[in-house]
Design a protein. Structure first.
Length: 308
């Protein structure tokens, strides 16, 4: 299988995949392999087409996980796919390429995987019954959109946060998100904040009620240096700071760490998200069952942690 990204060689998956492949009965490293394909940020459509045409034609290629290029790749290659799943159609992106017989399939797994990751961090009744906290998503890109789609479409009304605040550096992503939300939001109060500078994000975070969850979905601290917040940010009392990434400088989590003792902030990184993200795609690519919880999932997590 392939990993289509930007700096694929640096990902833990290169060490984790061979161990998972053996554990899941897919084969030894001579029989089954992962290969990174690095494309430039917003690469030429012809590059994406060459990659997808190759996977489609090559009998030994089972599929791929797509990151960073989820929207651009689908825009460039839509006609090469025989089937797209519902979330891919709504979000206009794919994170998984797989095959079923002669058919090439594209699917957007993020609404499922971000939901599984959120469930691993907080209990179902966290928002309304337990805490009254809100969800604050810093960044209005693909992963934030997927998270909101999960909450709007897959979570019962009494288990959703009462309010979601989304910030973004530029305006177009906010407009795009608003457009999609206008079709799928069953009534969650969502506010959108144009925040070109870190202190603009600070203001939004500083106004959150206790127990709110603040997610860094900007990629800052991994894809680019820095953090979306300044060191002066006031964290919500007993809040949760969740960086969607698990590698890189993770300055956002360093900032939260300093509030851990004084304001009771809990820190979470993107490791569980990484595991759910990859296992959902591997299950699809190799057409196998992989559990999302329980003893077998714990074993898969343990194997990954050993290779981290
Ligand atoms: N652990 C995992 O398995 C996992 C899973 C999913 C995602 N992730 C990570 O999560 C990050 C986000 O992913 P994505 O797919 O959502 O990326 P994306 O589509 O590129 O979205 C990032 C968004 O953040 C915005 N942004 C950047 N700096 C900002 C700032 N200072 N304030 C407010 N908004 C800012 C960008 O705005 P502009 O419009 O101005 O560019 C962009 O809309 C990536 O680093 C990705 O690797 C990790």
């Amino acid at each position: 299988m392939y990993f289509i990204g930007v700096s694929t060689g640096k990902s833990s998956i290169m060490k984790v995949f061979p161990r998972w492949a053996q554990h899941l009965g897919l084969g030894t490293s001579e029989e089954v392999a992962i290969q990174g394909i690095d494309c430039k940020w917003h690469d030429e459509p012809a590059v994406y087409r060459r990659v997808v045409e190759f996977i489609r034609a090559d009998k030994l290629s089972k599929g791929a996980l797509v990151t960073t290029h989820k929207i651009d790749l689908l825009n460039a290659c839509r006609d090469l796919f025989d089937d797209l799943d519902g979330p891919a159609e709504v979000l206009g992106e794919i994170s998984c390429i797989s095959k079923r017989g002669p058919r090439l399939c594209g699917s957007a797994k993020d609404p499922i995987t971000s939901g599984l990751s959120l469930k691993a961090i907080i209990p179902d009744d966290y928002w309304r019954k337990k805490t009254g906290g809100e969800l604050c998503l810093l960044g209005a890109g693909g992963s934030s959109l997927a998270m909101t789609m999960y909450l709007m479409q897959s979570v019962p009304a009494d288990q959703r946060p009462a309010a979601i605040r989304v910030t973004n550096r530029s305006v177009p992503r906010i407009e795009e998100m608003k457009k999609i939300h206008s079709r799928i939001n069953p009534g969650i109060a969502v506010t959108y904040h144009h925040c070109p500078l870190p202190h603009d994000n600070d203001k939004v975070v500083g106004a959150l009620p206790a127990f709110s969850l603040v997610a860094n979905a900007t990629g800052l601290g991994k894809d680019a240096p820095g953090s979306p917040l300044t060191d002066a940010v006031v964290w919500p009392i007993n809040g949760i700071a969740w960086d969607f990434n698990y590698r890189g400088e993770l300055i956002f989590l360093d900032q939260a760490r300093s509030a851990a003792a004084t304001r009771g902030v809990r820190l979470e990184d993107g490791w569980v998200y990484f595991i759910h993200g990859w296992t959902r795609v591997i299950a699809d690519v190799f057409d196998i069952e992989i559990p999302t919880a329980g003893v077998d999932f714990d074993k898969i997590s343990e194997i990954a942690a050993g290779a981290r």
